[in-house]
Design a protein around this ligand. Structure first.
Ligand code: SF4
Length: 389
């Protein structure tokens, strides 16, 4: 039996819109996206708007167009999408942050201006590297010069809030080169910098190449060094790390992504998009024909839905919250997970165990990662998921 259709989310709930098309599939990427060639972009926009009519909240606090590559859409389709979302949600008068993910091959001055005119205030540009060999290895369809041009085009168009996405610890990338690239990026004065450690996810070409010995992962100490250099350089440039991989000028933290890390509710529309509402999490069909067919039949395309138990909600609140520099307040975690009254707090015992190991520290009411815990943050935070039942 298909999962029940969820009711419309409360007014103000943040909205994520997944646009599943890219110019080509990057070799490290495990997000749901397909190459755009031969795809019915118009049909997808109409389907997403039909889903928005059924599920999108009114007056969302934040809107995030992700994917995929939203900037790949031609301007008339961006207009159709954003005007359509405006009709359904009135986001332009209410959202405090509207982000569109962009890639250099599809972001010029005209596109940037169009996005700004249509109500997008934050452009997030995927530069990933300033080394053309690494960009080719990544499977990116732009080179470093195009990346820098796209950034300039966004600023020249008047974009008030720009994020740059970069990836460190690429195979063979010397630390001195990463340091130099970082300096060049920070000299551009972005409002926000996301700098991720390269990962080798299941079902990616990079994972296969790693297993076949065609590429080599950087030594762990190099990954840790490039991670540490990134934090230091960003901090010196006035962009503090507020999350493991995310750095921002004060007040420019990504409000939408903070919703995820705080474990708050959100609605996702588009193929594969996940939502969290009340004590339920759900996700849309991924395959494009299946998504389009389901939307045509019922206006929704929910593929799976799970009820989160109180202890699972608590574990997830810690798992996500520990990614943030501010750490986790146990009482607030219980409240946001709806764990109150459900008995003794099992997360506290786990947090104390990690304090003893030197991975967490207690600062006032909060627990946060220590400098020793920070480089292994994923593993530390994940223990809340594996040990709390
Ligand atoms: S452009 Fe982004 S979403 Fe698309 S394949 Fe590359 S990394 Fe993935």
């Amino acid at each position: 039996m298909p999962p029940p259709i969820p009711s419309r989310a409360p007014r103000g709930t943040p909205l994520y819109v997944h646009l599943p098309f890219c110019a080509a599939k990057c070799h490290y990427c495990d997000f749901f996206s397909v190459a755009d060639e031969g795809q019915d972009l118009e049909g997808m926009i109409d389907a997403i708007l039909a889903e928005a009519h059924v599920r999108a909240p009114h007056a969302p606090r934040t809107v995030f167009l992700g994917g995929g590559t939203p900037s790949l859409l031609p301007i008339p389709l961006l207009r159709r999408l954003l005007d359509g979302l405006e009709q359904v949600t009135a986001f332009r008068d209410h959202a405090v942050e509207v982000t569109a993910e962009c890639n250099p091959e599809s972001l010029d001055g005209e596109k940037a201006r169009a996005l700004l005119d249509l109500g997008v205030g934050r452009l997030s540009i995927g530069l990933q590297s300033l080394d053309d060999d690494i960009l080719r290895l990544f499977g990116r369809v732009h080179d470093a010069a195009m990346g820098l041009c796209a950034y300039e085009a966004a600023r020249d168009a008047g974009a008030p809030n720009v994020n740059v996405d970069m990836i460190h610890s690429a195979p063979g990338l010397p630390t001195r080169t990463w340091r130099e690239h970082l300096r060049r990026i920070l000299d551009l004065e972005p409002d926000h910098l996301s700098a991720y450690t390269l990962t080798f996810e299941e079902q990616t070409r990079f994972r296969t190449w790693l297993e076949q010995g065609r590429i080599e992962r950087q030594a762990e100490e190099v990954e840790l060094l490039q991670f540490a250099i990134t934090r230091e350089a960003c901090s010196a440039a006035g962009l503090e790390a507020y999350e493991i991989s995310n750095h921002a000028r004060p007040g420019r933290e990504c409000r939408h992504n903070l919703v995820y890390w705080h474990g708050e509710p959100y609605v996702g529309i588009g193929p594969s998009a996940a939502s969290k509402l009340g004590h339920q999490r759900m996700g849309n069909l991924r395959a494009i024909p299946a998504y389009l067919g389901a939307i045509e039949r019922s206006g929704t395309a929910i593929d799976w839905l799970e009820e989160l138990s109180p202890v699972r909600r608590l574990a997830e609140t810690w798992w996500l919250g520990l990614r943030l520099s501010e750490g986790v307040d146990p009482a607030r975690a219980r409240a946001s997970a709806g764990f109150e009254g459900a008995g003794e707090d099992p997360a506290l015992a786990e947090a104390e165990r990690l304090v003893e190991r030197g991975h967490l520290e207690r600062v006032g009411e909060r627990y946060r990662l220590t400098p020793r815990g920070l480089p292994v943050a994923d593993a530390v935070a994940r223990t809340f998921l594996t040990r709390l039942h």
